[in-house]
Ligand binder design. Structure first.
Ligand code: FMN
Length: 364
């Protein structure tokens, strides 16, 4: 492993704290298109509220809700308490939790505790490790071992890096590095963006590299171009305000591109249990939520994040009952009409939407 110089380590720590500060304050990007995914309601639902089940499995492990607390933090003493609170909320609600990029702790062992606190707090839960696409196979393996993680997330963030003053400028060779990490990780590998989305062709290349799942992390939620511009004090306009693949389009493209070859996780502006129901009906295996849970913890600690997740669970169950779906398998058969800009996007991209709209529905 490369030794870390003092200044690089300090920059990484400061960056993590600044990301939390700015992401906590800036508005969502918007335009994710999840409102374009219209669930077809069933006025005669053959399912009782109490019998409706939202449990599932992810990487062979049980979850009470198909929800992952998205990758955010660790790597600075100041954010350790955030990871602990998020993990407390994950443990209390039976959801999965991902940590933020572990690069800093791989290069400075003093920071390991800011990540391993998640496994200590959520000992039996589904925990996801996280590295960048520049990590070596040995680093990928070490990140998993640090958390006894159930899966490894490799984040793709070219747009974020280009808007970061100190960001990476070399991106070639990423697919080969991911394939090497898949071989070394010892757990399933998930490839994800950080809010600019993954298109179908990219998803297919990731599956060829061996990933078990793709988390589309599309445009619509946390806006890392805005976060990086805020960090460097950029106040002028940028033509990149709406950069990226909107979440709804990224999700349907990726599902179409990968078929049964990988699981697909929906994230990027998933803001309610209804948003989650839309994504799960489309075929996502789970959804991930980051920014709102960060803001909840900063507002009211783990209890506020638990409340947010409880609201989310209630909204998901409401949508399921109103579509006549007694469990998540049934939800994946609910008819879905695709409208608006998402429909226009998918039509031009050759992704068929009629099969969703013509589903018979769970109670046919
Ligand atoms: C403060 C903060 C830090 C983040 N750090 C990471 C990271 O280290 N690794 C990563 O894969 N994603 C990171 N993300 C991106 C999220 O995992 C997620 O993909 C993105 O925020 C979109 O989801 P959202 O709209 O629900 O926030 C971070 C997000 C936030 C808000």
């Amino acid at each position: 492993m490369r030794p870390m110089t003092e200044p690089t380590r300090d920059i990484r720590r400061r960056r993590k704290v600044e990301h939390v500060e700015w992401a906590g304050r800036l508005p969502d990007a918007g335009g994710g298109g999840l409102d374009d995914l219209l669930l077809v309601a069933d006025a005669l639902p053959e399912v009782d509220w109490d019998a409706c089940r939202t449990d599932t499995t992810l990487f062979g492990r049980p979850l009470r809700l198909p929800l992952i607390i998205g990758a955010m933090t660790g790597g600075a003493p100041e954010v350790s308490a955030l990871n602990r609170a998020l993990a407390e909320a994950a443990a209390a609600t039976g959801v999965a939790m991902a940590v933020g990029s572990q690069t800093s702790a791989l290069r400075d062992p003093a920071l390991r505790a800011t990540y391993s606190v998640v496994r200590e707090t959520h000992p039996d839960g589904v925990v996801l490790a996280n590295v960048g696409a520049d990590a070596s196979p040995a680093e990928a393996r070490a990140a998993v071992e640090m958390l006894r993680a159930d899966a490894l997330v490799v984040h793709l963030n070219a747009a974020q890096e280009l808007f970061m003053a100190e960001g990476e400028r070399r991106f070639s060779g990423g697919a080969a590095r991911i394939a090497a990490m898949v071989a070394a990780a010892g757990v399933p590998v998930v490839a994800k963006e950080v809010g600019c989305g993954i298109a179908g062709g990219t998803a297919r290349r990731l599956v060829r590299a061996g990933v078990a799942a793709v988390d589309v992390a599309g445009r619509g939620g946390t806006d890392f171009i805005a976060v990086e511009r805020a960090r460097r004090g950029a106040t002028g306009p940028t033509p990149f305000v709406a950069w990226g693949v909107p979440t709804a389009s990224a999700l349907l493209e990726t599902l179409h591109a990968v078929g049964d070859a990988a699981r697909v996780i929906a994230s990027g502006g998933v803001r309610s249990g209804l948003d989650a129901a839309r994504c799960l009906a489309a075929g996502a295996s789970a959804v991930a939520v980051a920014g709102p849970l960060l803001r909840a913890v900063r507002r009211g600690g783990a209890a506020a994040a638990v409340e947010e997740i409880a609201r989310f669970a209630e909204e998901l169950r409401t949508a399921m009952v109103l579509c006549g779906a007694r469990d998540l398998d049934a939800l994946a058969g609910v008819p879905l009409v695709v409208g608006g800009r998402t429909r226009a996007w998918l039509r031009q991209r050759g992704v068929p939407t009629a099969p969703y709209a013509r589903r018979a529905g769970p109670n046919a």
